[in-house]
Write a protein that binds this ligand. Sequence first.
Ligand SMILES: [Zn+2]
Length: 365
Amino acid sequence: MNEEELLSKLVSIDSQTHKSNKEIIEFISSFFLRLGVNPEVKNVNKNKKTFNLILKIPRTKESDMPPLILSGHTDTVMISNEEQLLPEVRNGVLFGRGACDMKAGLTSIMLACKDYLKEKERSKDVYVIFTSDEEGSGEGIIKLCKDFSLNERADIIVAEPTNNNLFIGQKSCLDLELIFNGERMHSSMLQPNNLNKNAILNATSFINKVMELLQSEYQGYDELFGYTSFNVGTILSEGAPNIVPDKCIIKINIRANPNYNIDEIQDKVLRIAERIDPKVKIKILFKGDSFMTSKESRIINKILNSCKCDLKYKWAWTEASYLSKYGDVVIFGPGNPEYAHKNNEQVKISDIEMFRKIYFTLMTK
Ligand SMILES: [Zn+2]
């Protein structure tokens, strides 16, 4: 199977994130079994029938080279029509759901492994880890971190599309939902000494205090990551000009650069909310850590020596921060992320060929 055939097959297997990924995991398993290596398939969610795959290609001779981990996710975002599951190639470009994000990356990894397995002398342990639910709950990578352990520090590549950029750090991300309470009453009853009876005023006072906190303690400008960002994405409440509202729901997002600890920020933000309204209901919708790999690290030097690419920093969040516990991690893979999740999702076949070679080189050097 060449790049086009393998990617076409992967795209044609429906692995939308709200469904089971059993079929694609079985296909990938049998691909590796035919090459003579036996992947481990691990349960993620029994009800949903989702699985992770872990594979080791052991070295065949003694060496002090660190292990290499290549990682990717098997799920895709939802399709908007059935045709997206029918891959189509035009002028060297393959169209279909998941083509870019990130079945192209899986294809390059799988074919690079095939090439590596043909080598008689292998001086590096190579691990492949493919997860479920990256586009959804994120439970695949959380489970993987429980199932997978290593005794030595590895070099790690997350094969998400990066359009010839090498991402060596990312911001953390925190999504919170807060429900503030008040007391429903005639608006004339609201006085300067009982403004906390108004749920909307409680929410806005919270928003202002969080902004003050971020500006005073977490707003150092970072050349790479910019400022800490704060967004209020939702504010829901209902009343009338003459009725004091008793409930206000807000959803906020905070993204901080790797110099700041997101757990500490979360603690302070929650304390502000509880001080304003002791009965506030708080839901942590999502929390993901940042990561930052040193420019002097082995993996970055190796990549810069084997191809041309620009060093970049990601303001959005990916699974890479979980993997940083195993070693130095970078995000580097085929495809242009601009096409990820789009209806015209696409990837150049030549990109996949190029990354097959780059990954193979990194396995051998
Ligand atoms: Zn992705």
